[in-house]
Design a protein. Sequence first.
Length: 245
Amino acid sequence: MATLEVEGLAKNFGGVQAVRGVSFAVRPGEMLALIGPNGAGKSTCFNMLNGQLRPDAGRVRLLGRDITGLAPRKVWRLGVGRTFQITATFGSMTVLENVQMALLSHHRRLGGLWTPVRRLDRADAEALLARLGMAAQAERPCGILAYGDLKRVELAIALANDPKLLLMDEPTAGMAPQERVALMALTAGIARERGIAVLFTEHDMDVVFTHADRMLVLDRGTLIAEGAPAEVRANPRVREVYLGG
Ligand code: ADP
Ligand code: MG
């Protein structure tokens, strides 16, 4: 069974058709890249998948269950994790504390609602940080971390809830090229180990072609291509609208 199935998703913003009838699926352990020029509707899709935006039309199913229009905190509880373009951690707390607090902070960030405080066990948080190559930074305050390390903390926070689906909207924005490849290689490895379906947007085509199992191309709200990176790369329409000939 697909982890995520999206059918006919659509969203209008006062006459602007940001997303028009988008359908696709993501399988467990699969890295699916959603690419397209600025304004194509990628973030709007993400916002409809995690409940931040209610679609005008279409269905979103997680492991066969209809989650269309559910509130973000419910979607999150059902196993949809998300990393953000803007990194949000508590700077004075250590990396370990931020990861342990992940379940709480995520609620605050997503829903603006308080729910009972659940902390991740210290051992689980440490194991997660070790898997992300962050063991040496566990006791450092997040405020002093380099940007690339902060991105790893953000990934740890998203993984703390044991997601079935991970949504990553431009996870490597602002990172140096080698760091981008490293972060996505790590993400791909963890996704495969844990069977997490990953949907990500990315402007760096080297990263996409290296780490995506499959790609979707969005142009002005419409999916214009879907397939393996090599197929999509060779698609004349994609080259025209996105890859620049
Ligand atoms: P992408 O993430 O691919 O760059 P977006 O999903 O952010 O694209 O935007 C798609 C289109 O929808 C753009 O034309 C954008 O201006 C518009 N849009 C996005 N969010 C809103 C909003 N909250 N209100 C009005 N228009 C929006
Ligand atoms: Mg965007």
